[in-house]
Write a protein that binds this ligand. Structure first.
Ligand code: PXG
Length: 289
């Protein structure tokens, strides 16, 4: 396996970062998780745009253009013969002193890992997922805004620990006002009649790229889409509920806080949208060749 590091392809065994990198010392950096389907990188420009927005928000200047970054992703995929897989794009603050000050850091490290992905078991897409609400509140937007996809994922990891300790694989995180924010690594949608509803990013979520694709595809197939503030009440009483993310794609939620959601099985709207999503993902990305 070859890792792209700062313009070079290096062997996996030699792909190292310094113990003085602020990405390690403070979680100071940004990242993206991108999928490749059928020899194409899915939503590449959208992921690169979001990476640069995250970097801008933390005052990190990435030492290459967006175009060069997109090309580097393709180079990393080619070098590893990735056709269907997962790409982790990481930009760390770089090597600095042992103080917080990011301006002591020399050069951001640009790392691209193109490889395989750990997916949810296929069976879960047929049976649906169970989730619980966790006590770990999503970071307030005035603190570390969840729209920044930063290397500091402890808020999400604390939530994930609670979910796993409760015997489920994902969770619902609320914002400090008690409204639905997102899952630990996915966005949340509900279906009510012919309408999809998802919380606006200001409620405390990442602007998910899978979420954006669902919001684009749904109206093309006769569904209405709106962003609205959601309480747990809305999830408990939804016809259907599903999560979206680059790793999960679209996955049905059939049980939340030990209450059955909808019919208790993946619903027709979720299933239909999953089909459209998979068809779109196969044909729409940036070709790797
Ligand atoms: N919220 C959070 C907090 C995320 O980390 C999403 C929503 C969904 O965004 P996208 O753009 O992917 O639709 C994410 C993304 C993994 C993994 O390995 C997690 C994500 C993406 C890729 C892989 O768990 N989360």
């Amino acid at each position: 396996m070859k890792i792209y590091m700062n313009g070079k392809l290096v062997d996996k065994a030699k792909a190292h970062v310094s113990v003085f990198d602020h990405g390690l010392l403070y979680g100071d950096g940004v990242f993206e998780g991108i999928r490749a389907y059928n020899g194409r990188v899915f939503m590449l420009d959208e992921h690169v745009d979001r990476l640069y927005r995250s970097a801008q928000a933390i005052s990190l200047s990435i030492p290459m253009t967006k175009k060069e970054m997109a090309r580097a992703v393709i180079i990393a995929c080619k070098a590893n013969k990735v056709a269907d897989g997962y790409i982790r794009l990481v930009v760390t603050r770089g090597v600095g002193t042992l103080g917080l000050n990011p301006y002591t850091c020399e050069t951001p490290q640009v790392i691209i890992i193109a490889g395989g992905i750990q997916l949810y078991p296929a069976k879960l897409y047929e049976t649906g997922l169970s989730v619980v609400t966790v006590g770990t509140v999503r970071n307030p937007t005035e603190a570390t805004n969840p729209r920044i996809k930063s290397l500091n994922y402890l808020n999400n990891i604390l939530a994930k620990i609670e979910a796993i300790n409760a015997g489920v694989m994902e969770c619902v995180m609320l914002n400090p006002q008690g409204y639905v924010a997102e899952a630990s690594g996915d966005n949340i949608f509900i279906v009510r009649g012919d309408t999809l509803i998802t919380p606006p990013p200001w409620c405390g979520s990442l602007e998910g790229i899978t979420r954006a694709v669902v919001m684009k595809l749904a109206p093309e197939h006769g569904y209405k889409v709106k962003e609205d503030v959601l309480a747990r009440y809305d999830l408990y009483t939804a016809d259907e509920m599903f999560l979206t993310g680059s790793a999960a794609e679209i996955i049905s939620v059939v049980n939340m806080d030990r209450r059955v959601i909808g019919s208790g099985k993946p619903g027709p709207v979720t299933k239909e949208l999953s089909r459209h999503f998979r068809a779109f993902a196969r044909i729409s990305g940036t070709p790797i060749k």
